[in-house]
Design a protein around this ligand. Sequence first.
Ligand SMILES: N[C@H](CCC[C@H](N)C(=O)O)C(=O)O
Length: 283
Amino acid sequence: MIIPITKMHGLGNSYIFVNTFEFDLEENILSNLAIDIANKDIGIGSDGLILIHPTENADVGMRIFNKDGSEGKTCGNGLRCVAKYAYEHNMVKDKIFKIETKSGNVTAEVHGRRKLIEEVTVDMGEPHLNRSAIPMLGEDKEDVINELFAIDNVELGITAVSMGNPHAIFFVDDITKAPLKELGPIISKDARFPEEINVEFIEVLNEKELNFRVWERGSGITQACGTGACAAVVAGILNNKIEKNKEVTVHLSGGDLMITWDADNRVWMRGEAVTTIVGQFYW
Ligand SMILES: N[C@H](CCC[C@H](N)C(=O)O)C(=O)O
């Protein structure tokens, strides 16, 4: 099979994009295709596969598959890249349009001159905090905000936030000492998370600035995670460490995202979207 592809990234969180408006893919090959295409030795190398697909519910649809072949429900960096691709390929006519994800529709706005888009803003919608929405085992009676979380003989304070995909947020005093490699994979697959979870460690620098590192469900350590950055800002505000309704700079390994949790309970993400390869994948 010769598959037309575009490799894109947001702050180094890279995916291989297939436009299924033009090249359709059978459902039963998607997981294995994601594993192979993301593999740096036998494939192109990325954090996963993203399909840009036709839908009745929005201007375009996005599906994301992690490096291990599992399907995620949404992807912040991926959404910015899909928005850039759709506008530059004349799949939408306006600069503001809707993108469908497995967790519902979001609204994207592309910024740039003529057909070169370098930055995108996405209204990521409302965060979800109750346990059943994460999902995380336990009674739904209260949200998970700095709750004691014992793991591997360590006691941490967990704040759990869903941005349409699950995030476990832990605050540390020094991001360079965050136990990402040691605890990321263990927490991500802990039985308390029936659908596993993305794991983020956050160092709050001041009320408008965070350092951020992530172990992604299904992909491991990535350079950036857009939904994770949104979840981190929500968690910081819930823990009274940062200010609501202000633009917060999140410093990820691959660069900065600007995140706002506004007075209408909506989370906004602004950042780059970059195309690096256009080509064909022989599979
Ligand atoms: N990198 C993505 C998140 C992928 C989430 C995926 N790992 C999952 O939820 O399974 C982002 O920029 O939001």
